[in-house]
Design a protein around this ligand. Structure first.
Ligand code: NAP
Length: 258
């Protein structure tokens, strides 16, 4: 039997085949999970539909813009109606307005700050709150989000996204404390840089990739399958004693002083 056989999971944050959330979806599906995939809007629906069609059984697709409370509530209702509960949630959505990733951080506008924190950090809280009752009904569950070392250290142009990731990581700890008594675990994976659509928004991203190759203990970048394998570990029974944790999957880069 595979690790996630009999488990139902919701995966938020697939834009295309390079998305970390898609790698996690493929790996979770490979381990026997039944999936619900969300897409942000009609523009992305087709991409997610094409990817979903490569899995069997084909996962259910539900629209969910994570900045809209009604869409989060509708997602939870749709999952409840179709599956009568939920075992895990993967949160891979993040966004900051372009100008906030171009101008110096000190010039971040109030609205750009609000949007980045809303989409990239608050959405985890809202999704966890909406889906926790479904997980509690299954006797517990696992929530996983994706973060980056820019939460703790300064990376050029990462700017407000670093602040959003700091809020996201703190949210992981507070959610872990709130939901732990219901046997719901909440963790994050802090991934090394990977060239995805979101990453393309950070100018100078290629030089970040090169610095990791030069200095990380493993002297290479990571690939999405490594994040996905760690995700399956945290989502499944092997991770049962772990909550409130940020697991670094970055070829060891974070341990280096320089
Ligand atoms: P990605 O493929 O672009 O995924 C980001 C996803 O967030 C996209 O599907 C995006 O949709 C979605 N999103 C943005 N606003 C949304 C909203 N309002 N409602 C619902 N979804 C929304 O990039 P990724 O690199 O895989 O990112 C996944 C997660 O990993 C993010 O949290 C990111 O910060 C994190 N991460 C990435 C790296 C890296 O180097 N790539 C490293 C560490 C952590 P749109 O395309 O429509 O905006």
């Amino acid at each position: 039997m595979s690790t996630l056989t009999g488990k139902t999971g919701v995966i938020v944050g697939i834009a295309n085949k390079r998305s970390l959330a898609w790698a996690i979806a493929s790996a979770a599906h490979g381990q026997g999970a039944e999936l619900v995939l969300t897409y942000q809007n009609a523009r992305l629906k087709e991409n997610v539909e094409e990817l979903a069609a490569t899995l069997s059984p084909v996962p259910r697709l539900v629209p969910c813009d994570v900045s809209v409370d009604a869409e989060i509530a509708a997602l939870a209702e749709a999952v409840d109606a179709a599956h009568g509960g939920l075992d895990f949630l993967v949160h891979g959505a993040a966004f900051a307005p372009r100008e906030a990733l171009d101008a110096p951080f000190v010039q971040t506008g109030r609205e750009a700050f609000r949007i980045a924190l809303d989409v990239s950090a608050y959405s985890l809280v809202a999704l966890a709150n909406a889906t926790a009752p479904l997980m509690a009904r299954r006797g517990g569950g696992s929530v996983l989000t994706l973060t980056y070392l820019g939460a703790e250290r300064v990376f050029p142009n990462y700017n407000v996204m670093g602040v959003a990731k700091a809020a996201l990581e703190a949210s992981v700890r507070y959610l872990a404390s709130d939901l732990g008594p219901q046997a719901i675990r909440v963790n994050a994976i802090s991934a090394g840089p990977v060239k995805t659509l979101a990453a393309a928004g950070v100018s100078g991203f290629s030089s970040i990739l090169q610095i990791y190759r030069d200095r990380a203990p493993l002297r290479r970048n990571i690939d999405t399958s490594e994040v996905a394998d760690a995700a399956v570990f945290l989502l499944g029974p092997a991770g049962r004693g772990i909550t409130g944790e940020v697991l670094m999957v970055d070829a060891g880069y974070h341990v280096m002083g320089m």
